[in-house]
Write a protein that binds this ligand. Sequence first.
Ligand code: HEC
Ligand code: HEC
Length: 218
Amino acid sequence: MNENPRDENTLPRHPIRVVAERTGVSPTLLRAWERRYHVVDPGRSEGGQRLYSDADVERVFMLKRASEAGRTIGSIAELSNDELRRLPYFKRRAVEAIEGDSPSHAEGVTSVRQAILDYYRAEYPEVWQDSRELVEKGAATASQVFGRTVFPSMSTDWETHPNHIGHEQSPGCWRCHDDEMATADGEHVIPMDCENCHVFLVEDAPERPDLAELIAGL
Ligand code: HEC
Ligand code: HEC
């Protein structure tokens, strides 16, 4: 029997591939998150490979949900950063409302809006009094986000369809452009050459280049 469940939970034991399978966060993205944001600090096997605990896996999963929801909300929210700051916990509350179980699309559109209004009326009466318009705008925004992303009858939301623009959240165009998918005779692959899709203006520049100048030279 396990004597200390907490130790069990923080025991480094899952290789990165398992974390990827369980959370849907690719190894590349996870390493980038570790490098840039230090989201988790995995242990190492004797061979130097990353090993993650159950607690790490849980944390990565939560972060993925939060970042997807936050990104969706951030990218289409009509609220400015300044307005967002005036609505305490808006993003968190909006994510909770949008993630709540709605029996149908139509009902969700209404109930998400209502949930935001109820929240500020009950929890932040001074915000409700002084900034009613802003609360209404926040409620409308959350409702729109729900309307554009969550379709209960089709079981789709922002998690079922990853963002395929770029290669950070999903392989994006590399789903096919992987230098491996080939014609039946194996003669021709779908090319992954970066230059097919990108123009590299400069490589390995020792100093930050002047973008305007580079573009003018194209
Ligand atoms: C088949 C097309 C295609 C190929 C091939 C391709 N890319 Fe991309 N890449 C894209 C698109 C589309 C975006 C998103 C552009 C945007 O957001 O405006 C992107 C975005 C990026 C970004 C920005 C960060 C991100 O992931 O969103 C980087 C870095 C990048 N590519 C690097 C590369 C490198 C390195 C290669 C070669 C190994 C490559 N790409 C090959 C289409 C391609
Ligand atoms: C569903 C598979 C698939 C996806 C996803 C895909 N492509 Fe393609 N793409 C192809 C195929 C197949 C070709 C033809 C390759 C060939 O014949 O060399 C092609 C060709 C191209 C070409 C011409 C390349 C050349 O060498 O002439 C470009 C440019 C291109 N795709 C851009 C993109 C971009 C940008 C994206 C992502 C936004 C993307 N593709 C996503 C399948 C795909």
